[in-house]
Design a protein around this ligand. Structure first.
Ligand SMILES: Cc1ncc(COP(=O)(O)O)c(C=O)c1O
Length: 418
């Protein structure tokens, strides 16, 4: 057996060095990725801490802050998972089982009217978050590489992980301003920016504002990508939560062979109340999918096969999604009614399970954190828009994910205190 020696331990075994430093109090610091210090605190962690404080004081807390569906996963999906658990357990493959890739390609065809090849255009992922983080790693070259693209464009208000993934891979975040309609202003992608851009992130329906991009928005983004050679990655995690008409997706706007330049990411988390299953997909540009297929087996993120079997059941059924949409529509109407009664301005909010509400004028500075703190005193957790970026400072995000009964209780409290 070889004994581990400390790097500069002068031949003294590492265990003895450790024992010596325990006596002398010296510590050896490991060098960390410097980008870690640049990460902003995770908004949801902050929310949870405040919620725990209130609960400890015995105050009933209604959480309208976190976008984690509270309704049950449909029974037939749970059954599919249980039926797929085998006495023996083997490593799953990162490419996923063929029936899942086929189920996803079929769903894409049904939903967006485009033909995706299950082997070349589709890969399962452990949820949207994993896919978008690992996609970032695929397209960012090492710092110092000649011609390296060093920018990742992210809407100025956005799900935090696009920016965090960029920073952790030593890219800079280019914040794309949001226009009056709360959609990214694509005019900000000037030739100077476009030349340096590795990825442009789009997200519709948008977290946190619920804005929905028209098909033409994707077209414009793809034209820019064509001109400058970057990738447009579209996070469509909320594509199935709509109230008037199904939102368009990037794949239907892409007319390039093999979806060149376009990536769509989707998930069962919101569509099928399956956040705990960690199941989604990445689809589009065949070269990017091939690179992902090459890399994923190396990073230990293959989806367990029983989860894949549950995912096949989920992608194959629309009835449960319609029922869930109807539930959200009822809760949304409840909050919209309250906003109308109280004169609260609701902006964007066409999709997802969010309402983007302007802070009322009687709150000093129309400050989102102040307003959220006031609601929290009454046990209501909402997300101050400022947690997601300065542009959100005058708005709060209400996630109508709790049950109808709980939403009614929340509305009763708001009716009383506003
Ligand atoms: C815009 C957006 N993308 C992705 C995710 C994560 O999705 P998943 O659960 O599939 O990782 C979330 C979660 O809230 C989100 O808001």
């Amino acid at each position: 057996m070889t004994r581990a020696l400390a790097a500069d331990g002068g031949g003294v075994p590492a265990g003895i060095i450790a024992a010596m430093s325990a006596v002398t109090g010296t510590t050896r610091e490991v060098a960390l990725n410097g980008a870690i210090a640049r990460l902003k605190p995770y908004a949801f962690t902050q929310l949870r801490a405040r919620q725990d404080e209130l609960a400890a004081q015995g105050i009933r807390v209604i959480n309208l802050g976190v976008g984690d569906p509270e309704d049950d996963t449909p029974e037939f999906i749970r059954d599919a998972l249980v039926a797929a658990i085998k006495p023996s357990s083997r490593y799953p493959t990162a490419a996923g089982i063929a029936p899942l890739r086929e189920a996803i390609a079929t769903w894409i065809g049904r939903r967006f009217g485009v033909t995706a090849d299950p082997d070349r255009h589709v890969l399962p992922a452990n949820g949207a978050k994993e896919a978008l983080y690992n996609l970032t790693a695929l397209v960012l070259d090492a710092p110092g590489t000649p011609g390296r693209r060093d920018l990742v464009a992210v809407p100025e208000l956005a799900y935090q992980v696009y920016g965090d993934a960029a920073l952790l891979h030593h890219a800079e975040v280019f914040a794309v301003p949001l226009g009056r309609d709360w959609l990214p202003d694509l005019d900000a992608i000037t030739p100077e920016v476009g030349r340096r851009l590795a990825i442009l992130w789009l997200n519709s329906p948008h977290n946190p504002t619920g804005s929905v991009a028209p098909r033409d928005h994707y077209r414009r983004a793809l034209d820019l990508a064509d001109r400058h050679g970057f990738l447009v990655a579209s996070d469509e995690a909320y594509s199935e939560l709509w109230y008037d008409a199904p939102p368009p997706g990037i794949l239907e706007a892409c007319d390039a062979a093999d979806f060149t330049g376009a990536i769509a990411i989707n998930t069962l988390s919101k569509r099928s109340n399956m956040t705990g299953y960690r199941s989604g997909f990445i689809a589009g540009d065949a070269r990017v999918i091939a690179a992902m297929r090459n890399v994923r087996p190396r990073i230990g993120v293959a989806t367990p096969e029983f989860v894949q079997r549950a995912a096949i059941a989920a992608w194959g059924d629309e009835a449960h999604v319609e029922a869930q949409r109807a539930r959200y529509a009822t809760r949304r109407d409840l909050f919209l009614g309250l906003c109308a009664r109280k004169g609260l301005e609701v902006e964007a909010s066409q999709g997802a399970f969010y309402l983007w509400i302007r802070v009322p004028a009687d709150v000093p500075g129309r400050d989102a954190a102040t307003f959220a703190a006031r609601l929290l005193d009454h046990g209501l957790v909402v997300l101050p828009g400022s947690f997601m970026g300065p542009r959100g400072g005058g708005h709060v995000r209400v996630a109508f994910v709790p049950s109808l009964e709980t939403c009614k209780d929340a509305v009763a409290i708001l009716d009383r205190i506003l």
